[in-house]
Design a protein around this ligand. Structure first.
Ligand code: GDP
Length: 354
């Protein structure tokens, strides 16, 4: 089974990460007859049918070869969410979108994000944001940059190109080869830059098309999982729920978890703990929340890629950033220890594993 790639949005504060995620979500909701958006815990899924619909006005989007079921966007943008979502040898995020405000260019957190992406070997796309702020920009009311560019005058096109090539220059200084997405011929070697406006939505179609195409072509092996295999995920957050006590919000990137499965995770005290899943929760669709007391659906099982809330005993000290592994034999302790060994090694508090 091929799962959805998990995508994290990164970039300097105020460059438009939150606005871009909101625009992607609202664009998908507008395409609701094609399936809209599926809300997860801590993540939003744009199904492939919706992406096809949003990209339908674009030429050169070949939908036939696409097998991935959609894109799963982590709702919290930023470096912290990305680095907290650890999996062995990297991040749970398969792909990142690096947002750069074209009116400002690179800023310290842009460079920091690139350093992290390089360290985790995560492929990324640059969203050159706020193109609507270029003097003379005409809002085309389209989600496609191709369409929008046809309406701009030569001065605007010149300014946009200049800004894009400033980004190319900065990426070059950091050792990355990049180009405007439409000029890229080798997507493995070159980073694509997509001009977008998170405010008006222009370029969102190209961004979704590229994220889909790159995932399909270069990440297919990684995304090919055994549907019923051992559940593996990472703790995004621990919370207290009035009815359930402590719960953990988990991004599941492999396999399936069922109610009554035993899971293992690390605690903030540096121990490996196990517990039995009592409840698996996902948000209800908006339409159902209106006439219901609960915002959640209780599920029997959940499969990757997914954002899910887990209710169980023993979660009081569950540590965000810890792996969550379904216990199928007694190899889990070793696996968790070796995984959280690296977690503690990179965290500021040096806790000794017991
Ligand atoms: P974040 O800190 O990276 O999440 O940035 P936000 O999404 O909060 O955006 C920072 C500010 O930039 C807000 O006032 C947004 O309305 C504005 N903004 C974000 N994207 C765009 C855009 O594409 N065009 C314009 N004109 N403003 C934008």
């Amino acid at each position: 089974m091929i799962r959805q790639p998990i995508i994290c949005v990164m970039g300097h504060v105020d460059h438009g990460k939150t606005t871009l995620l909101d625009k992607i979500r609202s664009t998908a909701i507008v395409a609701k007859e094609a399936g809209g958006i599926t809300q997860h815990i801590g993540a939003s899924e744009v199904p492939i049918e919706v992406i096809k619909k949003i990209c339908s006005e674009m030429q050169n989007f070949s939908a036939e070869s696409i097998k991935i079921p959609g894109l799963l966007f982590i709702d919290t943008p930023g470096h912290e969410a990305f680095t907290n979502l650890r999996r062995r040898g990297g991040s749970v995020a398969d792909l990142a979108i690096l947002v750069v405000d074209i009116t400002k260019g690179f800023e310290p957190q842009t460079v920091e994000a690139i350093r992290i992406l390089r360290e985790y070997k995560t492929p990324f796309i640059v969203a050159a944001n706020k193109i609507d702020m270029i003097t003379g920009w005409i809002n085309s009311k389209s989600k496609s940059l191709q369409t929008a560019m046809k309406q701009q005058n030569s001065q605007v096109i010149e300014t946009l190109n200049k800004r894009v090539y400033e980004i190319v220059g900065k990426l070059g200084e950091l050792g990355f080869s990049s180009d405007l997405y439409s000029n890229v011929t080798d997507f493995r070697q070159e980073i694509s830059i997509v001009p977008v406006s998170a405010k008006t939505g222009e370029g969102v179609a190209e961004l979704l098309m590229l994220a889909t195409g790159l995932s399909q072509r270069f990440l297919e092996m990684k995304l090919n999982i055994e549907a019923n295999g051992r559940g593996r995920g990472s703790i995004l957050e621990k919370k207290e729920d009035r009815g359930l006590g402590f719960v953990i919000d988990v991004i599941l990137y492999e396999g399936t978890l069922h109610v009554n499965d035993t899971i293992a995770f690390a605690t903030s005290e540096g121990k490996v703990e196990t517990t039995k899943i009592k409840a698996l929760l996902k948000p209800k669709p908006l339409s159902e929340i209106r006439d219901s007391n609960s915002k959640f659906n209780y599920l029997d099982k959940v499969s990757a890629a997914s954002g899910v809330r887990i209710g169980a005993n023993n979660l009081d000290y569950a540590m965000p950033g810890s792996p969550v592994i379904q216990v199928v034999d007694d190899s889990y302790a070793k696996e968790i220890s070796s995984e959280i060994g690296s977690v503690f090694a990179t965290s500021k508090v040096g806790v000794i594993l017991k």
